[in-house]
Design a protein around this ligand. Structure first.
Ligand SMILES: NC(=O)CC[C@H](N)C(=O)O
Length: 200
C-alpha cells in the first residue's frame, strides 16, 4: 500500500492530536464526520474525549451503523480512552442506553481509575512496541475488565491498591488503549497502528 489514508472520527475529542501523531507516523490523516468520508479511509481512529457524547453524535450524524459495518468488514481501527470504550463489545458504568461501535470482544469499565485517581501517568511495557517504556497518560481512563479468547493483551498496569489492569489490547485489526499516546509526542503506538493498516 502507498501512504495509507487514516480517518479520525471528528465529532468530539482530541482529534487534532491524533491527526498530528498519524502524520508523524507516516499516514495521510483525514477527519471523518460523514458516511462518505468514512467510506474512503483505509483505517479509522476513535479519539479520546467523552464516549457518551461521541456515541450520541455518531448516532445523530448517521455514523454509528456505518462504522459498525466497516469494522465488521475488517476496517482497522484504533481507539484511545473514550475510543477504547467505543470499540468495546460491552461496557460497564455507561450512561443509560449508551451504545458502542464494538468489535473487540472485551468488557470495558468507564472512568475505572477515576475512583482512586482521576488522572495520572505511568511507564508501560507495550507488547509489539520496542525500545524505552511508553509513557502512558491516563485521564479519567477506562480499563479492560475482561477479554475474550481472541483478544491479545498488549499492556497492563499495576495499581497500588488493586489488581493488575489491562490497558492495551488488540484483536485482529482492532487496537485500543486506555491511555492517550496522542498527547505524548511519542508516535510509537501510532506507528504500530499505521503498520497494522498497511498490512491489512
Ligand atoms: N480521556 C478520555 O477519553 C476519557 C474517557 C471518558 N471518561 C469516557 O468514558 O468516555
Amino acid at each position: 500500500m502507498p501512504t495509507p489514508v487514516i480517518g479520525v472520527l471528528a465529532l468530539q475529542g482530541d482529534v487534532r492530536e491524533h491527526v498530528r501523531a498519524l502524520e508523524s507516523a507516516g499516514a495521510e490523516a483525514v477527519t471523518v464526520r460523514r458516511p462518505e468520508e468514512l467510506a474512503r479511509v483505509d483505517g479509522l481512529v476513535l479519539p479520546g474525549g467523552e464516549s457518551t457524547t461521541m456515541w450520541k453524535l455518531a448516532a445523530a450524524f448517521d455514523l454509528l451503523e456505518p462504522m459498525r459495518e466497516r469494522v465488521r468488514a475488517g476496517l482497522p481501527a484504533y481507539g484511545s480512552c473514550a475510543g477504547m470504550v467505543m470499540l468495546a463489545d460491552k461496557i460497564l458504568d455507561g450512561v443509560d442506553g449508551q451504545e458502542t461501535v464494538g468489535g473487540i470482544d472485551m468488557v470495558v469499565r468507564r472512568n475505572a481509575f477515576g475512583r482512586q485517581v482521576a488522572s495520572f501517568e505511568a511507564d508501560l511495557e507495550i507488547r509489539g512496541v520496542s525500545g524505552e517504556p511508553f509513557r502512558g497518560v491516563f485521564i479519567r481512563a477506562p480499563w479492560v475488565e475482561s477479554v475474550g479468547a481472541g483478544v491479545e493483551v498488549l499492556a497492563q498496569i499495576h495499581h497500588p491498591e488493586d489488581a493488575s489492569r489491562i490497558v492495551a489490547v488488540r484483536q485482529g485489526n482492532l487496537l485500543a488503549t486506555s491511555f492517550h499516546p496522542e498527547l505524548t509526542g511519542d508516535d510509537r503506538v501510532h506507528r504500530y497502528f499505521v503498520e497494522l493498516v498497511r498490512a491489512a
